[in-house]
Design a protein around this ligand. Structure first.
Ligand code: SF4
Length: 704
């Protein structure tokens, strides 16, 4: 490493690759992979390699606060920070006085740094007196949070990336890490190149690059995941490929699990999943004889109306095989955003409290209230992401403060989200970029400092905390999110927000973790800067972090045993295709774009791989509909419509179509917004939306 390099972490996905940043005399930065970083060992994917464009090009940045003086005022005027935040405080106070604290809400992001997430939650839950704070991470991994909590007693990812090189079997399901977690996938590839006996099994209705690479691809029908995992479980039991000692001594609920998986024959399961019996047997046999079995999943499981049940069924495979808490094994939920995990740690969801405390537990609420020096924390669960926008539409929620996320593209049924934002009395949008579609609804725009323009910490998918230093000045009058929130809190008249710097905020949160299962009370900015990254818990001064949890087979449940949760036998509760809407639409990401493209969309070279949104459709289906490559198609669901060109591909099953989720109105047009089609159905436990299963109709578009 050269002397003038500054260490940081990639601001895109939850892999959390280490970077070396250099700055020239004109303050322009360059980015390269950190060869000494334990996550990426110098490697970067296309998105990470092009991060410098995002920082150096400030032409799209929001530079100063802008405010609409009243709803009837058509324009936003430039104002100074004091005026902007005084107005925000005035409006919030007046709405709360008139309608109570539950009439306001905050919608934040998995891109917020841990300190920002912590302060936003302290402000809302501790001081505004409502639990109406939720995050766009709700859309990616809240089903996994419930799965971990109910299986292990806490939201605890038991595994580290270092386990990849110790495993000999990977079940990658509902995820396409070749596109969405590329460096992690590269580690699997490199491990397999050196060890040809290592096997990968992919489960996906599409033959993605991940599936094409796999030794076995189970191209199941959308929505049949639970049946498939249970069938694999049944085969493992029948073949005796289970860890009886682990089941007997370290789990509970096995009898019920066994009873459920035995209900469906392999033949029937294969028929329902649309995969050959032989492939189910093969998958089970590969898993059963492996010494190190890792399951990896992401939104293909989580973004479902039965997302938590899918998680349960998958986690149960790790329990029957005893593949938890030992080298090269464990169930590994991949996070999509760089600090989705940090948000979970500080209670960054409407139903959580910091340090894995439970909002529904009166003692936990009392402990957190005492720590923050407030009388109480409300026991009423706050609105989750989709509930928040429903409440705005019906008028139950009057004001919303949106930080670093673009709900006008990313939420399901976005035309309804537009209406909700139009209906709101007061919308604050705090963001870095003019590219956000949500800005058009703002009554107050607050320009935020972006990546490298502020200091803080993040936690990646494997619980690894890294420190991100400030490297360059933010453009114009943009300010770090914590400063904005702390200033607002003080204008509201709240005590406890007069921090000297972000290190002080981090220390406050770290003190809160003392004695808990995510204890980082012995970790501070100095250690992070001098010693590098750490995986929590880090509970002594000499502690170097905890790569793997549960090596002692003591779980965080009251009995210390891991729990078999029995999935509902209502295997799929999505609205089924019918004569009017005969196809299943599944949505997802493309390799070089990220989220709603407010950052990757400004890098020309990232546009070449997948330049415009297209509908992926099987050639046999296309022929029946008289659709050719490039034909403009109208895709319609009960909620709305989309008009895009067709891409014929046999990588997708017949009867299933795919659309990428990235494009919004600003980048393309309303008719390119995939989430016009998706419905506002959520998993009843995790409240995560059902993005992966929407009944749609596809037609060749003809101008009327
Ligand atoms: Fe960044 Fe993820 Fe790519 Fe690593 S894999 S460089 S964290 S986007």
């Amino acid at each position: 490493m050269q002397d003038n390099s500054i260490k940081s972490t990639c601001s895109y996905c939850g892999v959390g690759c280490g970077l070396l940043i250099k700055k020239d005399s004109k303050n322009k930065v360059s980015v390269e992979g950190d060869p000494d970083h334990p996550v990426n060992k110098g490697m970067l994917c296309s998105k990470g390699r092009n991060l410098h464009y995002v920082v150096n090009d400030t032409s799209d940045r929001l530079l100063y606060p802008q405010m609409r003086w009243s709803k009837s005022h058509p324009n936003l005027d430039r104002v100074d920070w004091d005026t902007a935040l005084e107005r925000a405080a005035h409006v919030f106070k007046s709405i709360i006085k008139q309608h109570g604290p539950d009439s306001v809400g905050f919608y934040v992001s998995g891109q917020c740094l841990t300190e920002e997430y912590y302060i936003a939650n302290k402000l809302v839950k501790g001081f505004l007196g409502t639990n109406n704070i939720d995050t766009n991470s709700r859309l990616c991994m809240s089903s996994a949070v419930v799965g971990y909590k109910k299986t292990f007693g806490e939201d605890s990812v038991p595994i580290a990336y270092a386990d990849i090189e110790l495993a000999d079997c990977f079940l990658i399901t509902g995820a396409n890490p070749a596109y969405c977690h590329p460096i992690l996938f590269r580690r699997i590839e490199a491990h397999k190149e050196k060890n040809p006996d290592v096997k990968t099994i992919a489960v996906d209705p599409r033959r993605t690059d991940t599936a094409a690479y796999a030794d076995l691809h189970l191209q199941l029908l959308p929505g049949t995941d639970i049946i498939l995992y249970n069938a694999i479980g049944r085969r493992l039991l029948e073949q005796g490929l289970v860890d009886k000692d682990f089941i007997d001594n370290h789990t509970e609920g096995f009898a019920q699990y066994r009873a459920q998986v035995m209900q469906l024959s392999l033949k029937e399961a294969a028929k329902q999943c649309g995969v050959p019996v032989a492939d189910i047997k093969k998958a089970a046999d590969i898993i059963g004889i492996s010494k190190g079995f890792i399951s990896m999943w992401a939104m293909g499981l989580n973004q479902s109306v039965v997302g938590t049940n899918k998680n349960f069924a998958l986690l149960n495979l790790s329990l029957i095989t005893g593949q938890v808490g030992k080298p090269g094994s464990g169930p590994f939920s991949l996070t999509g955003q760089p600090n989705a995990m940090g948000g979970r740690e500080v209670g960054g969801m409407a139903n959580l409290l910091a340090v894995h405390k439970d909002l529904m537990n009166e003692n936990h609420r009392r402990e957190v209230a005492h720590f923050w020096g407030v009388n109480e924390i409300s026991g009423k669960p706050g609105y989750t992401a989709t509930q928040m926008f429903e409440a705005l539409e019906t008028g139950r929620l009057k004001a919303v403060w949106i930080i670093c996320t673009n709900p006008s593209v990313s939420l399901p049924d976005v035309r309804k989200v537009d209406k909700a934002l139009q209906n709101a009395k007061f919308v604050v949008v705090q963001d870095i970029s003019k590219r956000s579609d949500t800005l058009q609804y703002a009554d107050l725009i607050l320009p935020a400092a972006g990546w490298l323009e502020k200091e803080g910490t993040m936690t990646n998918s494997e619980r690894r905390i890294s420190h991100l230093p400030k490297v360059v000045e933010a453009p114009g009058e943009a300010r770090p999110d914590v400063e904005i929130l702390c200033d607002f809190a003080q204008k509201m008249g709240f005590r406890g927000f007069d921090y000297y710097n972000t290190s002080e905020i981090y220390q406050e949160y770290a003190a809160m973790t003392k004695g808990t299962n995510i204890d980082i009370s012995y970790l501070n900015y100095d250690r992070l800067k001098n010693e590098g990254t750490f995986q929590w818990p880090v509970n002594t001064y000499r502690h170097t972090g905890t790569p793997r949890l549960f090596e002692d087979k003591k779980f965080y449940t009251p009995s210390k045993k891991a729990v078999f949760n029995i999935p509902s036998t209502l295997y799929n509760r999505s609205i089924k295709p019918d004569a009017e809407y005969p196809f299943v639409l599944t949505t997802g990401r493309v390799r070089d774009q990220w989220h709603t493209m407010t950052k990757t969309g400004k890098v020309s070279r990232l546009k070449t791989h997948y330049p415009t949104p297209v509908l992926e459709i099987h050639p046999v289906d296309a022929v029946k509909l008289k659709i050719r490559e490039g034909t403009i198609c109208e895709v319609a669901s009960e909620n709305g419509n989309v008009r895009v060109k067709a891409k014929l591909t046999d990588t997708i099953r017949q009867g299933v179509v795919f659309l990428p989720m990235h494009w919004g109105k600003k980048l393309a047009s309303d008719l390119n917004r995939t989430n016009n089609l998706t419905q506002n159905m959520v998993d009843p436990q995790s409240k995560e939306p059902d993005f992966k299963f929407t009944a749609v109709r596809v037609e060749k578009y003809t101008k009327k």
